[in-house]
Design a protein around this ligand. Structure first.
Ligand code: C2E
Ligand code: MG
Ligand code: MG
Ligand code: MG
Length: 291
């Protein structure tokens, strides 16, 4: 703690800065122990096929159940974990835990077709494919249950190296999705060279599509491109009837958003996996939209 010496440097000393510094330090120290203390948890957000009403997959989203601070969202600790060099171990834990959850459901006769896991650029190292394979083998799930979500930045860096790595992952039988699509800097000509399965339309376009003609055009272009390249599509962050109507009209009929469900615990996800769970809601939606 700085003493008040009257030196000019202290003129800029701000209590809130000090609090932030302490906060961060505490968080860093706690984060080091979080994994050993079993404080990390996965929440799951369903992806709903609006044609069938069925949940076609769920995205695993990491949370930190902090003993004093409660549930901490990823934006507060994932960048820290990346800076601290913890993301590799943490990210591998997420893959293992997500697959273990699918297996646990499977063992009880509950079918979750696919779990999507976010992969950090720093986790995507040369040993990544080998580690993924080892985890899948260890847990004993079919590789097709696992989908890896990569951002454009992750795959566009060293293109020939990442094309090779992605092809190896694909050969394992896992599927590959580009997250936050449209917000990165991927060139369209490159995109076709990557062995991908799916694009996720970023929430910002979903929000913009119903208010900005430019965003609407972009969504149409993304949908057309995905169709042309034979990629599946997921529209992320759909909250309103209008957004739902726009996306499904344009042909993006797999929806992940608060409209259907926020990310929930595995326990809360279970009833949502019943094949009829979202059907009534979709019927009502279609009626409201007079379709
Ligand atoms: P993301 O991968 O793009 O995940 C989607 C985020 O959008 C999630 O936030 C989700 O809760 C939120 N979302 C989904 N639908 C809606 C909606 O209708 N409205 C609103 N307002 N939000 C919606 P979350 O869980 O806070 O995660 C934020 C980001 O943190 C993720 O964005 C992802 O980049 C990162 N993240 C989460 N889990 C992991 C992980 O295990 N590993 C890594 N590397 N990153 C992760
Ligand atoms: Mg994601
Ligand atoms: Mg996303
Ligand atoms: Mg995002």
């Amino acid at each position: 703690r700085a003493k008040s010496t009257g030196k000019s440097s202290h003129l800029f000393y701000d209590v809130s800065m000090e609090d932030e510094g302490l906060d961060r330090l505490t968080l860093e120290n706690d984060l080091r122990k979080a994994m050993d203390n079993n404080e990390l948890v996965l929440f799951y957000q369903p992806q709903v096929d609006t044609h069938s009403g069925k949940v076609v997959g769920a995205e695993a989203l990491l949370r930190w159940q902090h003993p004093e601070q409660g549930l901490i969202p990823p934006f507060r600790f994932i960048p820290l974990a990346e800076e601290m060099g913890l993301i590799g171990e943490m990210g591998d834990w997420v893959i293992r835990e997500a697959c273990r959850q699918v297996k646990a459901f499977e063992d009880r006769g509950i079918h979750l077709p696919k779990v999507a896991v976010n992969v950090s650029a720093l986790q995507f190292t040369p040993s990544f494919t080998r580690r993924v394979k080892a985890m899948l083998d260890e847990i004993g799930v079919d590789p097709s249950v696992l989908e890896l979500e990569l951002t454009e930045g992750v795959v566009m860096g060293d293109t020939s190296a990442s094309i090779k790595a992605l092809a190896e992952l694909r050969d394992l039988g896992v599927s590959l999705s580009i997250d936050d699509f449209g917000t990165g800097y991927s060139s369209l000509s490159y995109l076709s060279r990557f062995p991908l399965d799916e694009l996720k339309i970023d929430r910002s376009f979903v929000i913009g599509a119903t208010s900005s003609p430019e965003d609407a055009s972009l969504v149409r272009a993304i949908v057309a491109m995905a169709k042309g390249l034979g990629l599946k599509l997921v529209a992320e962050g759909v909250e309103t009837d209008q957004q739902y109507a726009f996306m499904t009209d344009e042909g993006a009929h797999v929806i992940q958003g608060y409209m259907f469900s926020k990310p929930v615990s595995a326990e809360e996800l279970e009833p949502l996996l019943a094949p009829w769970h979202f059907l009534e809601q979709i019927k009502q939606l279609e009626t409201r939209l007079q379709r």
